[in-house]
Design a protein around this ligand. Structure first.
Ligand SMILES: Cc1cn([C@H]2C[C@H](O)[C@@H](COP(=O)(O)OP(=O)(O)OP(=O)(O)O)O2)c(=O)[nH]c1=O
Length: 197
């Protein structure tokens, strides 16, 4: 039984690799902008499932799709299109707490079984002063990331506290994924032996 990661995200690849699993990547490249849902958790769920469906294969492989949605009061902050938008996003996140919804979808190509769970993490930002904003924006670190920041990199300087799963903010909750795979009986003995958890 093989595992396919339907993602182009280097963060997700690293997180999955650290579980000690053998897998291949197959980015799905769906049009995420085409999805408009009012509820951010539902949006994360549907996008995770769509990514997994797009990479599905007609064999006994398990495809993993994931999506990260950053939101305040149901207003979704996607990836910034330019530095000015990145600045506006960080100004909105400054001094307040926001939600990060991360979906994990699992699809079996042979049986058609579909599972999807959404993990919710709360992230509190410091009040950001102009110097900090300008410094962070100058690195471009937030440009390819939901909400316009990366907690695992320099974005950490803006984070005051995290409530819930940290991995979920980075892009994939290893703990939740492990338990989902385990529940489906996906992990063969040799994979279990190498598993880092
Ligand atoms: C909030 C936050 C997001 N991110 C990243 C995780 C995801 O890669 C990205 C959210 O965009 P996604 O659309 O979830 O993922 P992606 O387009 O990067 O990759 P793919 O669809 O191929 O799986 O933001 C961080 O790396 N650190 C953070 O702190």
């Amino acid at each position: 039984m093989s595992i396919v990661l339907a993602s182009a995200s280097p963060r997700r690849l690293e997180l999955l690799r650290s579980l000690g699993l053998t897998f291949v990547t197959r980015p799905s490249n769906i049009d995420e902008e085409a999805w408009q849902l009012d509820n951010p958790a539902d949006l994360a769920r549907e996008l995770g499932l769509e990514k997994a469906r797009a990479a599905r294969r007609p064999d006994d492989s398990w495809v993993i799709g994931a999506d990260t949605v950053v939101a305040i009061d149901d207003i979704v902050f996607g990836k910034p299109t330019d530095q000015a938008e990145n600045r506006r996003m960080l100004q909105r996140l400054s001094g307040t707490e926001h939600s990060v919804y991360g979906s994990i979808a699992l699809i079996n190509g042979k049986t058609g079984i579909e599972r999807c769970e959404v993990v919710h993490t709360l992230v509190q930002f410091h009040q950001l002063d102009e110097a900090t904003l300008t410094y962070y924006l100058s690195t471009g670190d937030g440009m390819d990331k939901a909400g316009g920041y990366g907690i695992q990199g320099l974005g950490a300087i803006m984070v005051e506290a995290v409530r819930g799963c940290y991995d979920n903010v980075v892009g994939l909750s290893r703990s939740r994924l492990y338990h989902m795979l385990h529940h489906e009986g996906v992990l063969p003995p040799q994979e279990r032996a190498h598993c880092a958890l």
